[in-house]
Structures are given as structure tokens and as C-alpha cells.
Ligand binder design. Structure first.
Ligand code: UD1
Length: 375
């Protein structure tokens, strides 16, 4: 259908898509693409502004061709209460005015929960993408965001079978749960060739397969001086055997600046990287060391070894099927597990079912079926 012949907004399915922080952007990219291509939808994008600067937000919109947000709530940084409260207040006003048929939220950041709370009180149904993940650790702010968002969502789109089981155990109805795969892997599949054509390694003086890639930003790791110091000292030791490149998250930069992890780590630090450069670095790394959630999944999809610097994961399929090993924050274990990989003992992995680039389409098909369009 020619765009001019589309039904008017009143007869289309009106969906408000919400994104706020860096890990949301690669998840909404394929969803916005599918929704905007499908003439049965009028999809509006709301950026809460939880992340806002060039490196944490704007570069992702550019790299991934995400349309300019229709609304920017501009909430910025703040405490959990401030951030959640600001998004709640501003989303409520916006939803009252637009009255969409549904809102679509992704992941587990404060913006995800706050937007969902605003919607549920207005009886606007919520579609939660990446539902059901549980670390079992309620000290993680994301775990609270996941549990609460899932408990008020109408559609629960899951990435792995454990997600389905967790939701059923917590009382979700089977018909709410749709295992559709992983939208973040849609983005990876779509951009891997482009990323491979870049060459960020040259600028960094690194050779493919001959470096480790590190990310650290969890409050439990970077806001605790002893933990951060232990991590840095172990990683510095590894750096003598295998160069470690470390794009530093702003939270971590602030911790280092405040002297929290002892002296500045003697690693190859960089500013936070854009999506494509980071994907290139992941795809060519000997090992990725991380406390991120999404990177555990991306390395599994790429078949690259991942050591997770946390005591638990909400993404167990990356351990049971993928290349991920949970190593915690004990320096001795981090060293021995890294050396095992360097000695050729990397664990092989498989790509989980439905992590195939088609998750966003499957989500949109469910929404069409349930919101009244025809497939
Ligand atoms: C948030 C998410 C976390 C996600 C992470 C990815 C919650 C509870 N946490 O944590 O799940 O893994 O994003 O990055 O939602 N800052 C900037 N520029 C920005 C944004 C933030 O410099 O564009 C700085 C600010 O100093 C801010 C700090 O980073 O205080 C932390 O940002 P915040 O959004 O509070 O939490 P993250 O640690 O990024």
C-alpha cells in the first residue's frame, strides 16, 4: 500500500513505544522498523531521556537508523525515585493525551517500569519485550523492574524457556506468554556485516582474536570500593598476558574519578563506543569479560567466550547453551577462568532457538492478531 493510502490514525492500531537507556535502543530498533513498515500501525516513539548524551544515546539512533523520537521526556539522571517518578508523571500526561491502544516497553531499566506504571493506571495494555528474566537477586534494581513490569503487563514476550517458567510460577496465564526470540539479536544479525566492515581495532592497536574486551557498570561492582579494586587488580594481571580494552561507562568513570577502585586501572581504556564499533570488538575478541546482561546474549549469538563478572544471571540459557560462564568477582577465579580460555579451553556454545533475526516480526504479528487487525 502506498503510504498516502494508509488508513487514518483513528483506524490504525496506535502503539506508543518507549525507550530510555542505552540497552533499550538496540531492542526498539527492529520493533520500530517493523511497526513503521506495517500500515496497520501508527507507532509513536517516546524517549524518556534517562540516557541522553552522544555516546549513551544519540550515536545509537544514528548507527541503527532509529527514527527521531516523537516525544522526548528529558528526565535525565537522578536517584531511582527521581528518575522513576519523573518518567511516571510525564508519561501519564502523554498517555492521557494520546490514548494509544497499547504501549510497548523493553528490558528492565527504570524507564521500563515507570512507563508501564503510568499505562496500567490508565488501563492501557502493556506489551513487555524481554519478559520473564529473573536473576533471583532482589538487590539489583533491574530485578525489581522486571518483576513489577511483568506483573502488570498484558503481553509477555520472552527470549528463552526459563522466562516462560518464571512467569508461570509467578501466576501469569499461559496465553499471555509468547516465546518470540530476542529482538537484540535481530539487531545484531542485521548489523553484523556492517560492523565487520569497520576497523576500530587498527586505531586501538589490537589484532583480531588477540585481546579481551571488558565492560563494567553494575552498581554492585563499581559502587563498592573493595569489589572494584579486586576486579581491577585481577584484570591488570590478565592485561600482561592479553591486552584488555575497556570502554568505560559513565557510572564507572565517576567511580574511578572518585578513586573508588584504588589507583586508576592500567588497562586500555576508551570512551563508551557506538553500537557498530562495539559489535566489531565483541565479534573479534578472544574473550569478553562483562557484568552486562545484554552482552552475555550477544556473545552467545556470536560464539565468542564470555566471562560474567557477577554471582548470578537472569539469562541462564547463555550458560546452559551458550558461551557464557558465571565467574563472579573473586580475582582468583577470574584469573583461572581467563587462563583456561587462553590455553584453548573455551567452552563451545550453540545459538538458542528463535535467536534468528525474526523476533520483532513475531511480536508485531501477535499484536496485530490481538488488537484487531488482520494478518
Ligand atoms: C542504567 C540501567 C541499567 C542499564 C544501564 C546501561 C536502571 C535502574 N539502570 O544504569 O539497567 O544496564 O543503564 O547503561 O535503569 N550518564 C551520563 N550520560 C548519560 C546517562 C547517564 O553521563 O547519557 C551518567 C550520569 O552521571 C548518571 C550515571 O551515568 O548518573 C548513571 O546513569 P543511570 O541511568 O542512573 O544508570 P546506569 O548505571 O547507566
Amino acid at each position: 500500500m502506498n503510504i498516502d493510502q494508509r488508513p487514518g490514525p483513528a483506524t490504525r492500531i496506535n502503539v506508543v513505544v518507549v525507550a530510555g537507556a542505552r540497552p533499550n535502543f538496540m531492542k526498539i530498533a527492529p520493533l520500530m522498523h517493523e511497526l513503521r513498515e506495517d500500515t496497520r500501525f501508527a507507532a509513536y516513539l517516546v524517549h524518556t531521556g534517562q540516557h541522553y548524551d552522544e555516546a549513551m544515546s544519540k550515536s545509537f539512533f544514528r548507527d541503527l537508523g532509529i527514527p527521531k523520537p516523537d516525544f522526548n521526556l528529558g528526565v535525565g539522571s537522578g536517584s531511582h525515585g527521581e528518575q522513576t517518578g519523573q518518567v511516571l508523571i510525564k508519561m501519564e500526561a502523554l498517555l492521557k493525551e494520546r490514548r494509544p491502544d497499547a504501549i510497548l516497553v523493553v528490558g528492565d531499566v527504570n524507564s521500563t517500569l515507570a512507563a508501564s506504571l503510568a499505562a496500567v493506571k490508565l488501563q492501557i495494555p502493556i506489551a513487555h519485550v524481554e519478559a520473564g528474566l529473573r536473576s533471583g537477586d532482589r538487590t539489583m534494581p533491574e530485578e525489581i523492574n522486571r518483576i513489577l513490569t511483568d506483573s502488570i503487563s498484558t503481553w509477555l514476550f520472552t527470549t528463552e524457556p526459563d522466562g516462560d517458567r518464571n512467569l508461570l510460577r509467578e501466576g501469569a496465564k499461559p496465553e499471555q506468554i509468547h516465546r518470540v526470540g530476542n529482538v537484540m539479536i535481530d539487531t545484531l544479525v542485521q548489523n553484523l556485516e556492517r560492523a565487520r566492515q569497520l576497523n576500530p581495532l587498527e586505531d586501538l592497536g589490537l589484532k583480531p582474536g588477540a585481546y579481551g574486551l571488558l565492560t563494567l557498570h553494575r552498581p554492585a561492582n563499581v559502587d563498592d570500593a573493595d569489589t572494584l579494586d579486586g576486579l581491577f587488580r585481577a584484570l591488570e594481571e590478565i592485561h600482561h598476558e592479553l591486552p584488555i580494552v575497556f570502554p568505560v561507562h559513565p557510572r564507572t568513570a565517576a567511580a574511578i574519578e572518585a578513586g573508588r577502585g584504588g589507583i586508576k586501572p592500567a588497562l586500555q581504556t576508551t570512551e563508551p563506543l557506538g553500537y557498530l564499533d562495539f559489535l566489531h570488538l565483541m565479534a573479534n575478541a578472544k574473550v569478553v569479560l562483562t557484568d552486562s546482561g545484554g552482552i552475555q546474549e550477544e556473545t552467545t549469538a556470536l560464539g565468542v567466550s564470555c566471562l560474567t563478572l557477577r554471582e548470578n544471571t537472569e539469562r541462564p540459557i547463555t550458560v546452559t547453551h551458550g558461551t557464557n560462564t558465571i565467574v563472579g568477582t573473586n580475582p582468583d577465579i577470574i584469573l583461572s577462568e581467563t587462563r583456561k580460555i587462553l590455553a584453548g579451553g573455551a567452552k563451545p556454545g550453540q545459538i538458542p532457538e528463535l535467536w534468528d533475526g525474526g523476533a520483532a516480526r513475531r511480536i508485531v504479528d501477535v499484536l496485530v492478531r490481538d488488537l484487531g487487525g488482520e494478518l
